[in-house]
Design a protein around this ligand. Structure first.
Ligand code: SAH
Length: 214
């Protein structure tokens, strides 16, 4: 997050990140943060009391920022939530480790569970980076060409059309002639048709939603 668009925006102070190490709120001399699962099973679970102390430090009562727990059980992260977060007052991200976190802290600290996909990571930190990257690029002034935010994949349930640039012919392959024709209407129609084709072929789920909404 320290390089490129997000990094420059960080230097400008357009956004900022404070990290909290859960271990600092651990129990005893060894700063223990986890324990064995009630009911027995392999692995360890982050303790509710320890995690709640870390959350209360990062996000005291009255904090209006949403609290999100990165979790494979959560609602899938999608662009509408990213947009909502980028327009909001900020976000508190809780990263799990081990087998996960004690269920009670999810309830008591109103953690909204969000997943970055149907995969299991070893910790929530990389998932948090995925969410942060998506949100930060939408902050005002962060993206160089802010217009490019609106035609992208998932805006309006369609995947983006293919892109081409110079050279005009590469390894015997030409750029589709319509894109160099200078007819803006024809270009738009080609892009729309390609977006629809790709979505139909690759993402039947998005295609169904798009077709219903039309
Ligand atoms: N036992 C859990 C997986 C724990 S993975 C289960 O089967 O559901 C350890 C931590 O990694 C989780 O607490 C979560 O914070 C993070 N994590 C793993 N996969 C994730 C995903 N797809 N999205 C968001 N966070 C994830």
């Amino acid at each position: 997050m320290g390089i490129s668009l997000a990094g420059r925006a960080l230097e400008r102070g357009d956004w900022d990140l404070e990290t909290v190490a859960i271990r600092e709120f651990g129990e005893g001399r060894h700063r223990v943060v986890d324990d064995t699962p009630a009911g027995g099973s392999p692995g360890m679970v982050l303790r509710a009391d320890v995690l709640a102390r870390a959350i209360d430090h990062a996000s005291p009562a009255g904090d209006e920022r949403p609290r999100i727990l990165l979790s494979p059980r959560g609602e899938p992260l999608r662009q509408p939530l990213v947009r909502e977060l980028s327009a909001g007052p900020g976000v508190v991200l809780v990263c799990g480790r081990f087998e996960g976190v004690d269920e009670r802290v999810i309830e008591r600290r109103s953690l909204r569970e969000v997943s970055i996909g149907d995969v299991v990571l070893s910790g929530g930190e990389i998932a948090a980076l995925v969410l942060l990257d998506a949100v930060v690029r939408l902050l005002p002034g962060v993206m160089g060409n802010s217009g490019s935010g609106e035609t992208e994949s998932f805006e309006g349930d369609l995947l983006e059309h293919p892109h081409y640039t110079r050279p005009a012919v590469w390894e015997g392959m030409a750029i589709p002639p319509v894109l160099t024709s200078g007819h803006h209407g024809a270009v738009e129609r080609w892009r729309q048709a390609e977006s629809e084709r790709l979505t139909r072929e690759r993402r039947p789920d998005l295609w169904a939603r798009y077709s219903r909404a039309r």
